[in-house]
Write a protein that binds this ligand. Structure first.
Ligand code: AMP
Length: 354
């Protein structure tokens, strides 16, 4: 991992009045670009060749850099170009996935919003579970051995993040049959996780180290293919339905029953407190806990995304929650730039970039 002090050294060389916000063109880039502009920053979008049109059409970027492949962002000359422009990069889901968490940690010198140590805790399922468990979140049961399966489980493969390629099984035989069809090597790891029945909520939080406050900015439900399509035809498909897949194709807005808000806030605060103990100074900025609320009104958390998530795109003009916190439209993208602006004002950029 690139030592923190090297990143801070680069940051010290920046012209503070010329700070530029940049991200790669995908996921939540439009929101991040607009947020930067709303907060008075210059901005740059790094596009993969062929996708420039989207970013040109919305006219939200001051500069557009084109690459053949997103991994090109790691090239020394490219990074130097960004550093010359006093760039702070904003990581998002696609940014992490296309460039790879390990390569970001080891090769990305350009200052990036947040704590890069979080990448390691988020991308490793075992570490992620330890983090959430220590934060006293309720987690789905996990089975070590397929022979122990005694209820509906979701079989999660590491490469299948994003819900594609997961399989469901209710007993050891069903697992064996479906697993064999996948033709995987014996070494292919997987997690057997209890399939929790309930309603999904994906609350979007923001933690500010400057104010030491966890803010609930918005919430969504992921719209997933083909599982959300199967349910529309369940009475026709019955026994012949295809294996459900859980590929996110969109997002739906949601608010939670008000009496559940205290627990939602508590979960966010616990996650932050534990992150400080596990990887100091802990998680900084946006994060989302992926939960299912059971009929007993208990939240079961099955994953955490330690950065801006795509569900926040619903709320570029603010959400029912952000409107209670801010008297102006406050998207998560804008909130990131607001934090950078406040840190600049207090001469403490190193508290939000580490
Ligand atoms: P993930 O890749 O862990 O974000 O999961 C993709 C999707 O699968 C989620 O958005 C949920 O719809 C569903 N899912 C994941 N884990 C569980 C679980 N333990 N119980 C029920 N549904 C789940």
């Amino acid at each position: 991992m690139i030592p923190r002090k090297e990143i801070h050294h680069i940051l010290e060389g920046y012209a503070k009045e010329e700070i530029t916000i940049a991200t790669i063109g995908s996921h939540t880039a439009l929101q991040i670009l607009k947020g930067a502009r709303d907060e008075g920053f210059k901005n740059i979008v790094i596009c993969k060749k062929g996708t420039e049109e989207v970013y040109q059409q919305f006219g939200l970027a001051d500069e557009l850099l084109t690459v053949e492949n997103f991994k090109q962002v790691l090239e020394k000359e490219f990074q130097e170009q960004l550093i010359e422009r006093n760039v702070i990069l904003i990581p998002h889901g696609s940014f992490v996935e296309y460039i790879s968490p390990v390569r970001i940690e080891n090769e990305m010198f350009v200052p990036m919003f947040g704590n890069r140590a979080v990448l390691d805790w988020e991308s490793d399922r075992k570490k992620e579970r330890e983090w959430l468990d220590r934060a006293e979140l309720r987690l789905p049961m996990e089975f070590k051995d397929p022979a122990d399966i005694d209820r509906l489980v979701m079989v999660k493969f590491p490469g299948a993040k994003g819900g594609k390629g997961y399989i469901l099984a209710s007993n050891p035989d069903e697992f064996e049959e479906k697993h064999k069809k996948l033709n995987l090597s014996d070494k292919e790891e997987f997690t057997l996780q209890e399939y929790v029945i309930g309603t999904r909520f994906y609350p979007h939080y923001f933690y500010s180290p400057l104010t030491d406050r966890v803010e609930l900015l918005s919430m969504d439900i992921r719209y997933e293919s083909n599982v959300d399509g199967i349910s529309r035809l369940s009475y026709i498909l019955q026994d012949s339905h295809p294996e459900p897949s859980f590929v996110v194709t969109g997002n739906l807005p949601v608010v939670v029953r008000e009496s559940l808000l205290p627990r939602i806030l508590e979960m966010g605060q616990n996650v932050i407190k534990t992150s400080r103990e596990l990887f100091s100074p802990g998680l900084i900025g946006p994060f989302c806990i992926e939960t299912i609320c059971t009929e007993n009104l208990e939240f079961i958390a099955f994953e955490i995304s330690a950065r801006i998530v795509a569900g926040t795109n619903l709320y570029i003009n603010g959400s029912p929650y952000s409107q209670l916190l801010y008297q102006e439209p406050m998207s998560t993208g804008r909130r990131i730039s607001r934090e950078i602006k406040e840190a600049l004002r207090e001469d403490s950029l190193d508290r939000v970039i580490c």
